[in-house]
Design a protein around this ligand. Sequence first.
Ligand SMILES: NC(=O)c1ccc[n+]([C@@H]2O[C@H](COP(=O)([O-])OP(=O)(O)OC[C@H]3O[C@@H](n4cnc5c(N)ncnc54)[C@H](OP(=O)(O)O)[C@@H]3O)[C@@H](O)[C@H]2O)c1
Length: 281
Amino acid sequence: MRIGILGMGRMGQALAGRLLEQGHDVTIWNRSPGRAPDLLARGAAEANDVRAATSGAKVVMTSLANDDAVREVALGGQGVLASLEAGAVYADTSTVSVALAEELARASKWYVAMPVLGPPSAVRSGQATYLVGGADQPAGALEPLFPGLSSRHIRYPAPAKASAAKLTVNLLLLDGLAALAEAFATGRAGGLDDDDLRRLLGDSPMVARGLQNRFEGVLGGDQSPWWTAALGAKDARLAVELAAAGGTDLPVTSTVRARYDQAAGAYPEADIAAIGRLYRH
Ligand SMILES: NC(=O)c1ccc[n+]([C@@H]2O[C@H](COP(=O)([O-])OP(=O)(O)OC[C@H]3O[C@@H](n4cnc5c(N)ncnc54)[C@H](OP(=O)(O)O)[C@@H]3O)[C@@H](O)[C@H]2O)c1
């Protein structure tokens, strides 16, 4: 299938690589060109602009940092929706607000929300979960991609639900990592060292599997970015705003969001696990 992928960050590159591996005809585009030379070496074509990446594609996907980026690339005068060919589907895999998912759904009946659960490595290995929100007509057209893309996808009847589902999961990850960092800080204050903490919590049922992946990172080890603290802060904010729109305050996540903002300021290139560094003296 001819597929255009816009946004060659960590996730966009992983997605394009997975689709190339499955034999699809992939055209990539990124705001800053030349970011994915290995994909070109593996057979992808690079387009100079959004319209060229969209031309002839049956599916166009975006993988972009935030609402502003998606709005610019999808809704602009030369954007995806203005360039999409008849019968083609636009799937946004970025994590964005429910309000933007609703706005895109109003703008086009060919739009599907498709946020991703899992890091770039899971996308590459086919282990990520895709949350697919949209009516049968556009969302069904993506079904042929899934056997090769991933072992798991969950369908929702509307884009906004897929976006809400993604933020629901991310809240648990973001708040959970902050709680893990504070548990470590508490243990250390009482004289436990890193090995004591590993023995105590390394396989404890109190630490969910999704947090175990970053256990060493929070402890202070590897913090190479799968997902930057700035993107984590963005998603905590989106969760707080979504709950507020429904009339509920999230005081814990509001505080956690401020900690990710602080981590992003101090360690701009680090993973969300860098929240652990804020507690080390
Ligand atoms: N990494 C993960 O583990 C993970 C997991 C699940 C979901 N996500 C979500 O997936 C999305 C992409 O994440 P990522 O980790 O790939 O991010 P990333 O590596 O930081 O890449 C961000 C991408 O967005 C582009 N971009 C930013 N602002 C733009 C604008 N105004 N116009 C056009 N392009 C713009 C960047 O282009 P330039 O190269 O030109 O800056 C880059 O291609 C995010 O919404 C993130 O929350 C990430």
